[in-house]
Design a protein around this ligand. Structure first.
Ligand code: G6P
Ligand code: MG
Length: 218
């Protein structure tokens, strides 16, 4: 257990925490799965939360073991999925981020916390730009600057390094078990929201994003 008073930085997962891209991921993977005749539904999609693109594809492929693809074919199909996913991302606007999220991030900054994004996504920069969210963060660590995806703590350790703080004084806000595992492995304070609410790995579970301002008083 950590004392929330010791926390100086807060690292946020992107998808499922600051905004929601779940349905876009679902539609894009579904289109590929249908083409390859692999069974895929919302339950399988849930398992992809916080998991990197290639690891997500492996999970999908595990539902059709007789389908053998080369690494090059896997890369090509994943790129195809990403292209379709990005056409959905093009439709995002600042209205896709709630006023609650914006007001809470602003309040936390005013209290002196350093804020960072810690996301497995290689599209994080594009999503932050589309939704006009970049200005709230002191640093962004994402799928482009890591070699090991969540549950490895690398993406969060890099985020802490970018904001110049020791991992021990950082909290991580996550909607995925894989992300909470990474936060624990990185010795950060694990905070759960959304799908991860109530996880035994979390020290704090948030009912709403705005509750962050209750727990982190500056
Ligand atoms: C986030 C999402 C995952 C997604 C991953 C990689 O962590 O929760 O579902 O697979 O990012 O996203 P990308 O945009 O790089 O394909
Ligand atoms: Mg997430």
């Amino acid at each position: 257990m950590k004392n929330t008073n010791d926390i100086k930085g807060i690292i946020f997962d992107l998808d499922g925490v600051l905004l929601s891209t779940d349905h876009f991921h679902y539609l894009a993977w579904k289109s590929l799965a249908d083409k390859l005749e692999i069974p895929f539904d919302e339950t399988v999609n849930e398992k992809l939360r916080g998991v990197s693109r290639m690891a997500s594809f492996e999970i999908i492929l595990s539902n059709k073991p007789e389908l053998k693809l080369t690494e090059a074919e896997k890369e090509a199909y994943a790129a195809e999925k990403n292209e379709l996913y990005r056409t959905y991302l093009q439709t995002m606007t600042p209205a896709d981020v709630s006023d609650d999220v914006r007001a809470t991030l602003k309040a936390l900054r005013e209290r002196g916390y350093l804020l960072a994004v810690g996301s497995s996504s290689k599209n994080a920069g594009f999503i932050l730009e589309r939704t006009e969210m970049r200005e709230y963060f002191d640093a962004v660590s994402d799928g482009n600057n890591i070699t090991n995806s969540k549950p490895d703590p690398e993406v969060f350790l890099k985020a802490a390094e970018y904001i110049g703080l020791a991992p021990e004084v950082c909290a991580v806000v996550e909607d995925a078990e894989a992300g909470l595992e990474g936060a624990v492995a990185g010795k950060m304070l694990p905070v759960a929201i959304g799908s991860a609410h109530g996880s035994p790995l979390a020290q704090i579970s948030l009912d709403t994003f705005a509750d962050l301002a209750v727990h982190f008083a500056g």
